[in-house]
Design a binder for this molecule. Sequence first.
Ligand code: NAD
Length: 423
Amino acid sequence: MSDLPRHDVADLTLAPQGKARIEWAERSMPVLRQIRERFEKERPFVGIRLAACMHVTAETANLMRTLKAGGAELLLCASNPLSTQDDTAAALVAEYGVSVFARNAIDTAGYYAHIDAALDGRPDFVFDDGCDLVNTLHTSRTEMLAGVKGGCEETTTGVIRLRAMAADGALRFPMVAVNDTDTKHMFDNRYGTGQSTMDAIFRSTNTLLAGKTVVVAGYGYCGKGVASRARGLGAMVVVTEIDPTKALDATMEGFRVMPMLDAARIGDVFVTVTGNRDVLRAEHFQVMKDGAIFCNSGHFDIEIDVRWLEGNAVGKNGKIRHQTDEYVLADGRRLLLLAEGRLVNLGAAEGHPAAVMDMSFSDQALTAEWLAAESASLAPGVIEVPEEIDKEVARLKLASMGIDIDVLTPEQAGYLSSWEHGS
Ligand SMILES: NC(=O)c1ccc[n+]([C@@H]2O[C@H](COP(=O)([O-])OP(=O)(O)OC[C@H]3O[C@@H](n4cnc5c(N)ncnc54)[C@H](O)[C@@H]3O)[C@@H](O)[C@H]2O)c1
């Protein structure tokens, strides 16, 4: 075992199981596979150390394989304690030579110790999913900042935090908002969160959604996916919003829109996907039906006020089912919280299907290649992914699906770029 890279994982004997899982995911990741084959030849990351703080899942493992094929030295820690697949973590260490620091269900101190362990490897570039690694670099590990040339951020919440850092003049290197590509948003936030959130609700409760009232808080990219999938399963869907345009959009799509206090009285199942805090709180718990189920698919575990439930419920039947805690209130009502209020699709299911992560991680891989070549010319701040990368990922995906599209004729290209033609 001494020739293995530095690591802290739960059980290395799980490696064969993890390898099978990683290879299974790879079957649904044809775009990333094409990129890996090119990286094997071109080796764009030779001599480069990359630290990633991401969900330690089979799909992330395939991103790690792709970067390693390009010659990178890799350090990986988890971006969520509940999403780590211990078998995948073991396989990454034992089979693919990646330095992994991640154990499922680790406590907060352990979570941050793992981020520190990854940073101890002195990365040149960082990949983040929620901005915890970049935040650690700028707060408790500032001695490492000088060596970091740039990085990529995977999710909405991370980009929001990065923009806040940049606005304060605090961000010390360029961070590319991979989250903001069309190919990421469309697949990951909408189709991925939509399907995998339903999957998590079924795995944890096995509830029948048809005929039930499902309340979706937030009608952004993720909320649209959750609402449409819930409707497809026969649920009556209510949307809550704070943005008038989004609320109007949901209304025109045929969803009922109302304040959460009204929705709380009629909902059977609640999903928060706002990226905000305290979306479900005391005043809502106090009017919910007996047996109401609620969960969060937004990035952090503060969308549902779990602390209120912990402090005010008269009883708790912990883990009465897979990732399901039942809180008993003083009046006898039982409220069911899934995955402790953390990202439910990762905590109670397996996260997005591999075909979804194929897109996000292809964006990541191509952006990393671009960043490695261009970082010296980029100023600190939040940077958009070059449009060509987005289009290339969409092109590769279409090719893998056997779909051809039209190309502009020279006349059409000329027409679209001219301003002389009127009516
Ligand atoms: N579960 C996953 O796998 C997954 C995948 C991608 C993104 N995310 C996370 O999901 C969250 C939402 O992402 P998004 O891309 O949909 O963001 P978004 O900005 O497109 O949408 C969020 C929506 O929530 C609304 N909102 C804010 N506060 C609200 C409140 N108090 N009540 C009701 N609505 C409110 C906003 O107006 C906005 O329309 C983020 O935290 C993101 O990081 C999770």
